[in-house]
Ligand binder design. Structure first.
Ligand code: 1HE
Length: 268
């Protein structure tokens, strides 16, 4: 099926929305500014997820041009006071939380600079594919500012507070191979092939039951944040809810009657 435009209200020109069957595409389309995230673009991401049709089962997020995103649009910082800055940061938190704990998993396809707020955006996605050109940086320290898009909460959960501290204090950058080894991306692919990989993964995700995807997106990160007894309890409830659905029962029967694929290792 060819990719077609998704008709979503209130989308700015810097956000491109398309679909191919059950897969939605969201592209940061501000390449002339290296996909720097200004208010319009961040609110455009919110509008995209608010307006996503209910038959979309997974989203692939990528960036136009040579870079995924150069982070916060620094030209906006010169005109904002302290209180406005707090509200601005809370805006990013709301928008990124909305899709991280939203309806469908988001697969980020990274290339070039994944910098500052760009890394914060990528870290709110559920699966990350990095092309070999990808590099990661948190130049906030150099710029005299601090992360504000949930980076302090999400990035240490991927690479540890200690590595993030080094990145912010010394301006250290990591390349795509290092990023894979550290957990910044889940997949590393050749330049120009990230989108194909993202689509392949999105199709796999879309084939899961909605209940399992919901449990993985919503329960798993919360269980990781809470105490063990509470975690075991939440896990038991999610396990019971998901295996009790008709769809799950049908899938289990398919396996037992030799109609379902086996869980064999085929490489990543
Ligand atoms: C920008 C931005 C931006 C580019 N805000 N305008 N982020 C940073 O500190 C990264 C800043 N950007 C860069 O270091 C470089 O642009 C790149 C390495 C990403 C790409 O370099 P290059 O040579 O391909 O592009 P360029 O010539 O630097 O930029 C092209 C244009 O985009 C230019 O504008 P022009 O009008 O002169 O053409 C740049 O000014 C513009 N541009 N990046 C505004 N970030 C919620 S808190 C999060 C805090 C942060 O994210 S801090 C990290 C900010």
């Amino acid at each position: 099926m060819p990719r077609t435009k998704l008709d979503i209200p209130n989308l700015p020109a810097s956000v491109t929305a398309e679909r191919d069957g059950e897969i939605g595409f969201l592209r940061l389309s501000r390449p002339e500014k290296r996909n720097a995230l200004n208010d319009t673009l961040v609110l455009g991401i919110e509008a995209y997820f608010n307006g996503l049709p209910s038959d979309i089962r997974a989203v692939v997020l990528s960036g136009d041009g040579d870079h995924f995103s150069a982070g916060l649009d620094l030209s906006e910082l010169t005109v904002r006071g302290t209180v406005e800055s707090v509200h601005h940061s809370r805006n990013w938190h709301r928008v990124f939380d909305q899709f991280e704990f939203g309806k469908v998993p988001v697969i980020a396809v990274l290339h070039g600079a994944v910098v500052g707020g760009g890394l914060e955006l990528a870290s709110a996605c559920h699966v990350r594919v990095a092309e070999k050109s990808t590099y990661y940086a948190l130049p906030e320290g150099v710029r005299g500012i601090y992360v504000g898009g949930g980076g302090s909460v999400r990035i240490p959960r991927l690479i540890g507070a200690s590595r993030m501290m080094d990145m912010m204090l010394t301006g250290r950058t990591y390349g795509a191979e290092e990023g894979l080894a550290m957990g910044l991306s889940h997949y590393l692919v050749d330049n120009g092939t990230g989108l194909d990989k993202g689509i392949e993964l999105a199709k796999r995700v879309a084939a899961n039951t909605p209940m399992t995807n919901y449990a993985v997106m919503h329960a798993l990160p919360r269980i990781a944040d809470i105490d063990r007894p509470g975690g075991y309890m939440m896990e038991a409830l999610m396990a019971a809810i998901s295996s009790g659905s008709e769809e799950a029962q049908a899938r289990l029967k398919d396996f037992l009657e030799k109609r379902a694929p086996k869980a064999l290792h085929k490489g990543s």
